[in-house]
Design a protein around this ligand. Structure first.
Ligand code: ATP
Ligand code: MG
Length: 402
């Protein structure tokens, strides 16, 4: 005997009707995408449940891939057996042996019978299966409060399913069920984590990166491409828009007083991001800001910078401490890429001191010397767009976060 199925439990069970159907369809599609490198695996949905039939693929390897798929609350390796008492008892015994290889420990049995044609009630079946295990394994005992292994038997129309391990999923909503957002992706630690958390709520992402050659080099660009590649593991294909930003930065450096450079530069970044978002059907911008982390992330700065757009700006890290963000970055495998030492365009030219409480009217007055529309459309007209697709077999060592 061996585990042949994985039983999937959905997150966000409160979804109803049409919304639920599209949630399930998308989840199944994403699971297939994540398991592309296991060609024998088949997915199947019925009565609000999803099963993965392993067809000989390795249960541990498939489980490792599944842990990264948003929309899964938890999943369990399962045995499927015929609807008769003996088959169920034997499968139960096999599962307990598998979970307690030393042959010692405690267990509990819970039977759920949705198939009322099955002749034995669930209470009675609890006793039958439990008794069979106790008789067959001398060193195990029952503990209903804190068992080492919780054996679950589901008696359904078509078969009985036996599980005893629950593996935590990534939670959230299936990517592709919440629309599209534009992620402002620097090469730093924060913005890839922000992208990951946005994906968790079911959006697809495109990314925008501001690049200022020759002050920022090809390796900085490569770093952002590599970060996108990691993010595709949790989502799907990502389009990365690289914006040539040198001319705008140089103009700002020449004409804007030092302590307002940062505010004006960020306002330009946001205008350009908005324009790319609208062109590509994204309904919001996501960035990696965290309140009070640096001068551009005070409330006063956000007020002065945010003023250029009406698009919602989602800031998944807004309440997080840097250490919490770093923790995430390690878990999602972006940290090592993020700390590669290449210059980001935000750090070039900028004075040591930026205004932490920039005045919006002043920023607007300084900008009034610019032909803003032309600068924005020129940058947008010259973007380079790279499509980064999901790699097959990019196994992660990521333990579930939720
Ligand atoms: P990160 O680690 O993401 O770089 P940070 O703490 O260094 O974050 P800032 O450099 O102040 O923060 O940037 C704040 C946010 O602005 C970033 O999280 C990112 O969303 C966006 N951003 C900064 N630089 C760029 C860039 N070159 N291209 C695209 N977005 C950027
Ligand atoms: Mg940065």
């Amino acid at each position: 005997m061996n585990y042949e199925y994985l039983l999937i439990r959905y997150a966000e069970l409160s979804l109803k009707g049409k919304k639920r159907a599209s949630f399930e369809r998308k989840l199944e599609q994403n699971i297939r995408g994540a398991l592309k490198s296991f060609p024998n695996v088949k997915t199947n949905r019925s009565f609000g449940r999803m099963f993965i039939k392993l067809n000989g693929e390795d249960v541990t390897k498939v489980s490792d891939q599944l842990k990264d798929v948003f929309g899964i609350y938890s999943f369990s390796p399962a045995l499927k057996v015929e609807l008769d008492e003996t088959s169920i008892c034997e499968a139960g015994l096999w599962a307990i042996n598998d979970a307690l290889p030393s042959g010692e420990g405690t267990f509990k049995v819970s039977v759920r019978r949705t198939n009322k044609n099955f002749p034995i009630g669930s209470q009675e079946m609890n006793r039958v299966v439990g008794g069979y295990i106790l008789k067959s394994m001398e060193q195990v005992t029952v503990n209903v409060h804190e068992p080492d292994v919780h054996l679950k038997v589901e008696i359904r129309e078509e078969a009985a399913y036996i599980t005893c391990k629950v593996i935590k999923g990534a939670g959230g909503l299936p990517v592709g069920t919440s629309g599209k957002v534009m992620l402002m992706l620097s090469g730093g630690i924060d913005s890839p984590v922000a992208g990951y958390l946005a994906l968790k709520r079911g959006v697809t992402i495109e990314a925008v990166h501001f690049h200022s050659p020759p002050f920022t080099n090809e390796r900085a660009k490569q770093k952002v491409e590599d970060l996108c590649k990691v993010l595709t593991k949790y989502g799907a294909t990502i389009k990365l828009h690289i914006v040539p930003f040198t001319d705008i930065q140089t103009a700002i450096h020449k004409q804007i007083p030092d302590n307002f450079e940062m505010t004006v530069m960020r306002r330009f970044m946001l205008r350009i991001s908005e324009s790319i978002a609208l062109k590509n059907g994204a309904k919001a911008i996501v960035n990696g800001e965290s309140l009070g982390q640096v001068a551009s992330q005070t409330l006063e700065s956000m007020y002065a910078i945010n003023e250029v757009t009406n698009l919602p700006i989602l800031r998944p890290l807004i309440t997080m401490d840097k250490l919490e963000v770093i923790d995430y970055a390690h878990k999602i495998d972006t940290y090592d890429i993020s700390i590669r030492p290449y210059e980001d365009c935000c750090t070039i030219f900028l004075p040591a001191e930026s205004k932490t409480k920039p005045n919006l009217d002043k920023a607007k007055r300084y900008e009034s010397y610019f032909n803003i529309e032309e600068m924005v459309s020129q940058a947008v007209g010259n973007i380079e767009t790279i499509t980064i697709s999901q790699e097959e077999n990019n196994n992660s060592s990521f333990d579930s976060l939720f």
